[in-house]
Design a protein around this ligand. Structure first.
Ligand code: ATP
Length: 214
């Protein structure tokens, strides 16, 4: 019996989700031949969150955004867990659910990689999953230091290598660059400007209906 294809998980704040996230997610599914990719919103500590946008709203927008694409979904486990949202804990849970043999890939933008040294048990993440790093307009990966060495020492040769083992490697991917950020979307909304065409209409309608980010 053939083993199921790799499961991907794309963590982030998604405050709110936009086409930069969504198009990258879909292109990654096709490029790496992932069986599915889950967008996993983090539950932020209250001091970092705009009061008008709860974790539940962020997850609801992700769920709306991926509703029509069967290979993408919203995984809200970090909202259902007490305490801080450690990626290590989420990957450990996912690994326990899918067993030791199936490939698991944690997707990170390269801005997230820059501060990965501060993450809880960061050096053990590769014991649980592969890491796929997305290039992002305006950001570069470190070329020296501990994180640069970690990227280099664990680099996978190609997509086939990612399929051949369940965890432990790092693959950097350059996808279609889309220079969209949630920060800019929040700024546009606060200034009363339009955010149309930066995200699916369903998400836009949700933001309008709840008057988020005004
Ligand atoms: P903010 O502006 O609030 O920091 P963001 O747009 O960076 O938000 P996040 O929710 O922080 O969005 O991003 C989740 C993940 O998606 C991160 O790993 C980030 O690097 C990646 N990402 C976000 N926007 C893009 C984009 N336009 N292209 C590629 N990757 C992206």
């Amino acid at each position: 019996m053939s083993r199921p294809g790799p499961l991907g998980v794309f963590g982030g704040t998604f405050n709110p989700v936009h086409y930069g996230h969504l198009r990258s997610a879909l292109e990654l599914v096709e490029r790496l031949d992932l069986e599915e990719l889950r967008l996993m919103p983090s539950a932020l500590p209250p001091h970092r969150e705009a009061p008008e946008c709860s974790a539940q709203d962020r997850a609801a927008m992700v769920a709306l955004a991926v509703a029509e694409e069967p290979r993408l979904s919203c995984d809200d486990r970090e909202l259902r867990r007490e305490g801080p949202s450690y990626t290590f804990d989420s990957l450990a849970q996912l690994r326990a659910e899918i067993g030791a043999q199936r490939a698991l890939c944690m997707v990170l933008g390269c801005d997230a990689v820059l501060d990965i040294e501060s993450w809880y048990r960061w050096s053990e993440l590769l014991d649980l999953a592969h890491i796929v790093v997305l290039a992002r307009p305006g950001w570069a990966l470190p070329d020296q230091g501990v994180v640069a060495d970690w990227l280099h020492d664990n680099a996978l040769a190609d997509e086939a290598a990612l399929h051949a083992q369940p965890r432990g490697g790092i693959l950097v991917q350059e996808l279609r660059p889309l220079d969209i950020s949630s920060t800019e979307i929040r700024e546009l909304l606060a200034a009363g400007r339009s955010i149309r065409y930066l995200m699916p209409q369903s998400v836009l309608d949700y933001i309008d209906a709840r008057q988020l980010y005004r």
